[in-house]
Each structure stands twice: as C-alpha cells, then as structure tokens.
Ligand binder design. Structure first.
Ligand code: PNS
Length: 160
C-alpha cells in the first residue's frame, strides 16, 4: 500500500491544489490531504471550513481523504505511517524553500518529498492571490472549484 500526504494551508483550496491532489491519487494507493492547524495565523476560513471544502471537491477520488495536523509534518507522517510528501512546484521561486523543507523532512525522519510540476494553467495561482483578487471584485471563477467560489463569495460578502 503506497501512501502519500499533500500538506498545506488550503485557505482556500484552489484548482492548482486540486490538480496536484488528483494526480497524486493516480500515483499512490492512498492520499491524505492534511490541513495545517496554525494557531498563530488566522485565515479567511477556519480549519473546519477548509476541511469541508476539501472534502467536497475531492469526493470524486475514492482514495483521497482529508485530515488536519498541528506540529511537525514528519510527526504526522510517522503517526500515520506515510513515507512520502507530495508537493506542487509552480516556478523556480518555489524551489528554494521547498528544497529546504524537503531536506529538513528527510533529515528529521527520512520522509521523502515528491515534487509534481504544476500544470502551467495554474503556475501563477495561490490561495493568497485568489483571496486578494476576489476581495477587490476580480473574477476568480476559473481558479477555484465552483463550491469554493460560492463559499468565498459568501465569506467576503459577510465582511462588506
Ligand atoms: O500551503 P502552505 O502554507 O505553503 O503549506 C506549508 C506547509 C503546511 C506544508 C508547511 O508549512 C509545513 O509542513 N508545516 C508544518 C510544520 C513543519 O513541519 N515545519 C517544518 C517544515 S521543514
């Protein structure tokens, strides 16, 4: 049984994340999408809301489940017997930090990191940019799943 984890903040999940998760689900028998619980950083969505959105948009993948974690990713991997982290690499600007994290995670616990090259359609895409563009009325309908778009519009409307 080959297992992998796709970790992240997912505030909210974008089409770029979903592309990586879908591709990981074809490479591994079991994929866990793990949402980081970061007590020092509040997001637009709560962890529970992010999980609910991830569950909705990954429901077509029977071997994908969604969870949350706090603390070190390698501890989550050890506790759940997951030897591989799957990440998307959008551009060379991602590489420096991703390489550091991958080497740290391998050094700490021999957890491997597999990088998938982001679909060029989404190479400019990030949750932060989606939130910024949507906040000022820009069209993000091609960048997030429809379910997320609805939740995003509703959340931003609450703040207006
Ligand atoms: O979506 P993000 O915010 O880019 O995801 C970053 C994430 C959650 C993958 C990374 O910050 C992480 O793994 N955090 C958990 C804490 C940890 O293990 N830190 C050491 C990394 S070497």
């Amino acid at each position: 049984m080959r297992s992998a984890v796709c970790p992240g903040s997912f505030d909210p999940v974008t089409n770029g994340h979903l592309d990586i998760v879908g591709r990981a689900s074809r490479l591994y028998d079991r994929v866990v999408v793990a949402v980081l619980v970061n007590k020092t950083k509040s997001g637009l969505f709560t962890v529970e809301e992010r999980i609910a959105m991830l569950e909705a948009v990954t429901s077509e993948y029977p071997n994908v489940r969604v969870d949350s974690f706090h603390g070190l990713l390698v501890d989550y991997c050890r506790d759940h017997d997951i030897p591989v982290v799957v990440k998307g690499l959008r551009a060379i600007s991602d590489f420096d930090y991703e390489l550091q994290m991958a080497q740290m995670n391998f050094g700490l616990a021999s957890v491997e990191t597999v990088f998938l090259t982001t679909n060029p359609l989404y190479s400019f895409l990030s949750s932060s940019l989606v939130k910024e563009v949507a906040t000022y009325g820009g069209d993000v309908s091609g960048l997030v799943p429809r379910h997320v778009l609805e939740r995003l519009s509703a959340r931003l409307a609450e703040g207006r």
